[in-house]
Design a protein around this ligand. Structure first.
Ligand code: RP5
Length: 165
């Protein structure tokens, strides 16, 4: 199976990124994790991107806060799909990171999830890999069904409590 690579701009992003790592582990998807920064270690970010395809990576998750150029900088040097997680790590509550991640120029796409949206980033990365992996696709379908069942159960509880018969 292809790997998912997770890059974070700083180790201070790890508490949010851990949720993505845990989600990928739940599905037994191979993961590699790095701290590379578009600004502080640009050479390492570039070298990673240039080697991503030959390193058997099927999707890349890039998480960064503040002036969050990491996902875009990674995407600039590879055509492996890049998913950006804007991290809420500043006085601007992550809006700065959201705009920096999502507003990519034409030609260099980054699929941006919500601020601190680690779980969706992991699910989307797996959905990308599952396009050509039927086993993983089945696991994702089962997960979707059980999420739906959990929400329906919550609805039944609320309806039972508040709705008159
Ligand atoms: C960004 O700056 C990182 O992704 C992090 O979210 C933020 C703060 O980094 P530290 O100063 O905590 O290393 O580049």
């Amino acid at each position: 199976m292809k790997k998912v690579a997770i890059i974070m701009g700083s180790d201070s992003d790890l508490p949010v990124v851990e949720k993505a790592i845990d989600t990928l582990h739940e599905f037994d998807v191979p993961v590699e994790v790095h701290v590379f920064s578009a600004h502080r270690t640009p050479e390492e970010s570039r070298a990673f991107s240039l080697k991503a395809r030959e390193n058997d990576i099927g999707a890349i998750i890039a998480a960064a806060g503040k002036a969050a150029h990491l996902a875009g900088a990674i995407a600039a040097n590879t055509t492996i799909p890049v998913i950006g997680i804007p991290i809420k790590s500043s006085t601007l509550d992550g809006l700065d990171a959201l705009l920096s991640t999502v507003q990519m120029p034409s030609g260099i796409p980054v699929a941006t999830v919500a601020i601190d949206g680690s779980q969706n980033a992991a699910l989307l990365a797996m959905q990308i890999i599952a396009v050509s992996d039927i086993g993983l696709a089945k696991k994702l379908d089962e997960h979707r069904l059980s999420s739906t069942a959990a929400v329906l159960e919550k609805n039944a509880k609320i309806e039972g409590k508040y709705n008159s018969k």
